[in-house]
Design a protein around this ligand. Structure first.
Ligand code: GCU
Length: 587
């Protein structure tokens, strides 16, 4: 279960770390290799400290060509290629070292080392003890370090491997840059013996009432542990009782008249407090319900059209290590466009995005990087799939802004194994959270009857995303008028559409790569989409130009140029075309 740390005080380990690239992957167990126990010169009992221990590098006789304390200084969180320019394109192992002081007197009964995200694989040691490893570049993980922490100076070693793997999620081929690093914050969270590890709030509406259910995962609860949840502003307090699985759960019913429901136009948040004995966490939550009824996408029972935009998570010069100013900046653009929705592609973005979206009233599509060529039949990959879905959902399942969980992007709808496994992943998402909508970004097919959806996955989805590039990769932008509404009426979101342009490159609108060409695509697409009742919204590809190694021509040079804004924040003509369309949609 995800350790919810946002509401808690913690000791931050962000700041200067040492980073040593290990391209030949030589330094695992390095010093141990230099001591041959049978060697006569080896003083009896001398066993060197491992490289993972304080003082290892100062030992007599040990080779000094690897010292965890004299690497490159990197300001964690960081994508290493953005801080160590020699390693801008490096993919491999990097050893990170951080010494820090710990005051055992101020700690709680147990302490947990938490990483916001490390791309792509991490292996972690604290004071020479191996804590474990994690795979997946975009989701949080933590270790109980109560027994490994020492009073005074501690040494934390993290081996990061950002090589791309064919048996990874994503696999080795993507259309984004593989920013390696400890890309999000690192902290030590101390908690009492009995503590609230996580909670989940569910809201269900009826004509006159708002029904709340709150589940809490309490570690080390005992028979007389009292668990409560309260909403001070709503004057609600709920006694939670343990179910057969040890999950504490409780309910409350409020009158609709007493609650301001969360929506893009009124993103009302309420404080919730969850307490277990001496431990209390506090969070800000919105109360709302998303649903699909008779083919319509509903928010709080009313049909909504999603005026969106897709975006990657990168910031020029920072890679994936966004700070709050970066989050603010993309929200400024999203707001200026007139969006009420965004697709956070193609992987879990920083938790700060969903929290900001709660405050700003932006509906979100979130996803794991199950992208293009996933080896669906491999059971280890299926377990990694579930792990990444679980880590994302348990992190953001209390965010009112999150309405859609997407389980895949442009995977092969003719692959029988994929068509067996993805419905299982959709079911798994619903096991974790059946209050949000399950979707995926799918391909469309052209037939004599026009553009249709032939993806068998569709029947397992609440909402179908379609990625189509009429006007850029094929056909004309207004071909989308040929999209045939499918009989079962599942709502469709345009999860990608658009075209490329180099900012400042101008010419006729039939000249590819000009801003005028891109703007013409947006005019054609928005006209076509606006006329189709089954399409419930769109998130054009993409808010800003982003680094993409496969994009190499003189207009791109390693960037995907489909952004409405370039990587320097300069808007293209298409930005204003989409903004104008959304202004009409709002009226
Ligand atoms: C695909 C893919 C995106 C990619 C885009 C493009 O739809 O999902 O990740 O960047 O096409 O071609 O630009």
């Amino acid at each position: 279960m995800h350790l919810l740390s946002y509401p808690r005080e913690s000791v931050s380990l962000d700041g200067t770390w040492q980073a040593i690239p290990d391209q030949y992957e030589m330094y695992d167990g390095y010093f141990e290799d230099f001591v041959d126990d049978d060697d006569d010169d080896n003083p009896a009992g001398f066993s060197p400290k491992s490289i993972y221990e304080l003082g290892a590098s100062e030992q007599e006789g040990m080779p000094v060509d690897f010292n965890v304390h004299d690497g490159y200084s990197v300001d964690v969180p960081a994508s290493w290629g953005e801080e160590i320019t020699e390693f801008r394109h490096y993919e491999g192992w990097v050893w990170f070292a951080k010494t820090f002081d710990w005051d055992a007197d101020t700690a709680g009964d147990s302490s947990h080392l938490k990483f916001g995200a490390v791309n792509y694989r991490a292996e972690v040691w604290l004071n020479g003890e191996r804590l474990g490893e994690h795979e997946g570049g975009f989701t949080p993980f933590s270790f109980d370090v109560t027994d490994e922490l020492v009073d005074g100076e501690n040494l934390l070693i993290v081996k990061v491997d950002n090589k791309r793997y064919d048996d990874g999620i994503p696999n080795a081929s993507t259309d984004w840059f593989n920013f390696g690093g400890i890309n999000r914050s690192v902290e030590v969270v101390s908690v009492p013996e009995t503590y609230v590890r996580n909670y989940k709030l569910e809201t269900e509406l009826s004509e006159d009432s708002v029904d709340l259910q709150l589940d809490a995962w309490v570690e080390n609860a005992v028979d007389d542990t009292e668990v409560t949840a309260s909403f001070p502003k709503l004057d609600v307090s709920i006694e939670l009782t343990a179910d057969d699985d040890g999950v504490f759960t409780g309910e409350a019913t409020l009158s609709r008249d007493d609650v301001t429901l969360w929506s893009p136009s009124d993103p009302q948040l309420y404080t919730v407090r969850v307490a277990a004995d001496d431990d209390t966490i506090e969070d800000e939550v919105g109360l709302r319900e998303v649903d699909v009824v008779d083919g319509d996408l509903l928010l709080n029972g009313e049909e909504i059209w999603l005026r969106g935009i897709a975006l990657h998570e990168e910031s020029a010069g920072k890679g994936r290590a966004l700070n709050l100013e970066d989050v603010e900046e993309r929200f400024e653009w999203i707001t200026e466009l007139g969006c009420n929705y965004a697709r956070l592609a193609h992987y879990p973005h920083t938790e700060a995005m969903a929290r900001k979206a709660d405050e700003e009233g932006l509906i979100l599509w979130e996803e794991i990087p199950a992208y293009w060529h996933i080896n669906f039949g491999d059971e280890e990959i299926q377990e990694l799939y579930r792990q990444q879905l679980r880590e994302l959902i348990q992190r953001d399942w209390n965010r009112a802004s999150v309405a859609l969980w997407s389980i895949a992007n442009e995977t092969d709808h003719k692959d029988d194994t994929r068509n067996e496994v993805l419905p299982e992943m959709a079911d798994y998402v619903r096991e974790l959270d059946d209050t949000r909508l399950v979707t995926a970004a799918c391909f469309v097919d052209e037939t004599d009857d026009g553009i249709v959806l032939k993806d068998p996955l569709q029947e397992h989805l609440d909402v179908v995303g379609i990625n189509q590039y009429y006007g850029w990769y094929y056909g004309d932008a207004d071909d989308m008028e040929q999209f045939q509404e499918n009989p079962d009426g599942t709502p469709v979101l345009i999860s990608e559409t658009g075209g490329g342009a180099k900012w400042g490159h101008h010419g006729d609108e039939d000249e590819r790569w000009t801003e005028e060409f891109q703007a013409a695509i947006y005019r054609g697409q928005t006209d076509a989409i606006d006329g189709n009742d089954q399409i419930a919204g769109m998130a054009p590809w993409i808010l800003f130009d982003f680094r993409a190694p496969m994009r190499q021509n003189d207009h791109q040079r390693g960037y995907n140029r489909k952004g409405l804004v370039d990587q320097h924040g300069r808007k293209k003509q298409a930005f204003h075309v989409l903004r104008g369309f959304y202004q009409e949609k709002r009226s």
